[in-house]
Write a protein that binds this ligand. Structure first.
Ligand code: DOR
Ligand code: ZN
Length: 444
């Protein structure tokens, strides 16, 4: 290994973009970062003139399917997809088989993740029974070396207020207990907010004889999210729980989080690329490839999510990367197709396109006018904020830190094509979309 001089690039942080040379030691540590570092004999040289240098991003919401669902995806395939998409740290959800609801299941995932090079995988713990909550307490307060080491790999707790893939719905009583324990021990609690009662009634009212995929959005309506978020915020306030709302998708949801933040509740939230770029108008073209929970919403909701990004209500963009096989998606009855879309590999290209002042949607009709971002916003939403919220311990681009970088040519366009993607599922809801800003390589 030689030292590496990355010369002439612009380093993007959450507040600045500055021309900086970066010198890496033989072990990959940032030895120097300065506008002008003289080239020395014997160093490797990377010409980054005109290129952007981002920290490897964080995606705080992915489903990598291992163990138990390896036919859909594995840690190895999806970590490769993440890195190809400029994502170097992920927080993985507990709805695997077995689910991550015991210390043994967490230990197994940690062991599997230790074999994955280049991508840091942290895990959320799931709770659907009292015993799981006891295990969580043990994990968080245990004094043995082993438990302390394991806690370091756990990003927090995930609670589903209604069933989704994996059927991890928690009862109302247990949800209250989870909020209490997480409040007491200050464990980040991620909530999937959909109200089971409203979803059930809506599904019954739809009488979906036609089995049209668009009914999926009516069967899990915006009110369902709003009611569940209100409940989660109420519990967080009562129990002083560090609450993070997963995949916020509605106008009402954004308004509730905005108001809760104003009144001092400890709440953060994320939005997904699919809710930022797709709407119910896309069902016609996507069919079941546009089916996920929470579902696609009408365009007015998407506008509200972009407003939430603009005024700082939205803390993170996270993908809810949830690969299913095409064969599973293409079933005769669209409403029984599994919910979830891949996204870890396409998030950064889509966001870079917006930062370049363009729209990745091929159909101008599908565009939303307030779709706006800067390169620094991307670092804030996909690095700084998730890193802080889940205490992930990732260093930014700074002296003495181990370099974990993504190098991007902001001027190069490309078309999203399934054959070029690494996710095992082999499809994307963004097929044919043109993005501006190409991920050239990662350095770590
Ligand atoms: O669409 C979804 N897919 N939503 C979820 O809550 C779970 C996920 C999955 O695991 O497939
Ligand atoms: Zn999810």
């Amino acid at each position: 290994m030689k030292k590496l001089l990355i010369h002439g690039g612009s380093v993007v942080t959450d507040t600045t973009i500055e021309r900086q040379d970066i010198l890496l030691s033989v072990t990959g540590e940032i030895e120097e970062i300065h506008p002008k570092i003289p080239e020395k004999h014997g160093e490797e040289f990377l010409d980054a003139a005109g290129l952007l240098i981002f920290p490897l991003l964080i995606d705080c919401h992915v489903h990598f399917r291992e163990p138990g669902l390896e036919h859909k995806a594995t840690m190895e395939t999806e970590a490769r997809a993440a890195l190809a998409g400029g994502v170097g740290t992920v927080c993985e959800m507990p709805n695997t088989d077995p689910p991550t609801v015991t210390i043994a299941a967490l230990a197994d995932k940690i062991r599997r993740a230790s074999k994955i090079a280049g991508c840091v995988i942290k895990f959320f713990f799931g709770v659907t029974e009292d015993a799981h909550l006891h295990a969580l307490r043990e994990l968080w307060t245990g004094t043995s070396m082993e438990l302390k080491r394991m806690k370091h790999h756990c990003a927090g707790v995930k609670v589903f207020f209604d069933h989704s893939t994996g059927n991890q719905k928690v009862t109302a009583d247990l949800a209250g207990e989870v909020f209490k324990v997480c409040g007491e021990l200050k464990i980040p609690l991620v909530a999937h907010c959909e109200d089971p009662g409203i979803n059930q009634t809506s599904a019954r009212n739809q009488k979906p004889e036609t089995r049209n995929i668009a009914l999926h959005s009516l069967m899990r309506p915006p009110e369902s999210e709003a009611v569940a978020i209100e409940r989660a915020i109420g519990l967080a306030q009562k129990c002083q729980t560090p609450l993070h709302i997963a995949h916020l998708s509605t106008t009402q949801g954004v308004a509730l989080v905005r108001a809760a933040k104003k009144s001092g509740v400890s709440v953060t939230c994320e939005v997904t690329p699919h809710h930022l770029f797709l709407t119910t108008d896309d069902y016609e073209e996507l069919g079941t490839l546009g089916k996920m929970n929470p579902p696609l919403r009408t365009p007015d909701h998407r506008t509200a999510l972009w407003e939430g990004i603009a005024d700082g209500t939205v803390d993170c963009v996270a993908t809810d990367h949830a690969p299913h096989l095409l064969a599973e998606k293409k079933v005769a009855d669209p409403l029984s197709a599994p919910s979830g879309v891949p996204g870890v590999e396409t998030m950064l290209p889509l966001l870079l396109t917006v930062a370049a002042g363009q729209s990745p949607q091929p159909n101008q009709k599908l565009k939303t006018k307030n779709q706006q971002l800067s390169y620094s916003d991307i670092v804030r939403l996909c690095f700084t904020n998730p890193n802080r919220i889940f205490s992930l311990g990732q260093d930014g681009i700074q002296k003495k830190a181990h370099a974990r970088l993504v190098i991007i040519d902001p001027s190069v366009s490309s078309v999203i094509t399934p054959v070029n993607l690494r996710s095992k599922c082999g499809w994307t809801p963004y097929e044919g979309w043109e993005t501006t800003g190409k991920i050239l390589r990662t350095v770590q």
